[in-house]
Ligand binder design. Structure first.
Ligand SMILES: [Zn+2]
Length: 148
């Protein structure tokens, strides 16, 4: 098993990555980190995998802008909310599938689907009831916290 560095806010995805460890090569993946798009900026993507000198890094947007209705179909941004667990796992499975298949082919999508299926089983195993939950994140231990 490779040593993947997780940002504190995404450490809860570690069991999901471990659950798919034999399905994709994780040995060249160095980090999985979360990011938040500033409220006055336009979001370009929800997740990204970057490759540099044969090493990969994954970043996942884990906050979404919250909108407040002004009526007449008009909205204003009202801070951030945590992204849904389900959306983060969808993005994670997409980016992890790139470790094996770099192009956006039907085979990549098929692998993404298989990874997400395995992650959904992991969610059930962990007793996750609501995948649109924003707050049920795995409690991290002291030892894990010391990684950061
Ligand atoms: Zn992609």
């Amino acid at each position: 098993m490779s040593e993947i560095r997780y940002s504190k806010d995404l450490l809860w995805v570690k069991p999901y990555v471990d659950a798919v460890a034999e399905m994709v090569p994780l040995n060249r993946l160095t980090s999985i980190t979360g990011y938040k798009v500033p409220i006055d900026k336009v979001e370009q993507c929800s997740a990204l995998i970057s490759k540099c000198a044969g090493w990969y890094r994954i970043t996942i947007r884990n906050y979404r802008p919250d909108y407040e209705s002004l009526g007449d179909g008009k909205f204003v941004k009202n801070g951030h909310k945590r992204e849904y667990v389900a959306v983060i796992l969808e993005n994670l499975s997409h980016e992890l599938a790139h470790l094996k298949i770099w192009e956006h082919t039907p085979d990549h999508l098929l692998l993404q689907a298989r990874l997400l299926t395995r992650m959904a089983r992991q969610a059930k195993k962990q007793g996750l009831k609501d995948t649109f939950n924003r707050t049920v994140y795995r409690k991290i231990s002291k030892e894990e916290e010391e990684q950061f």
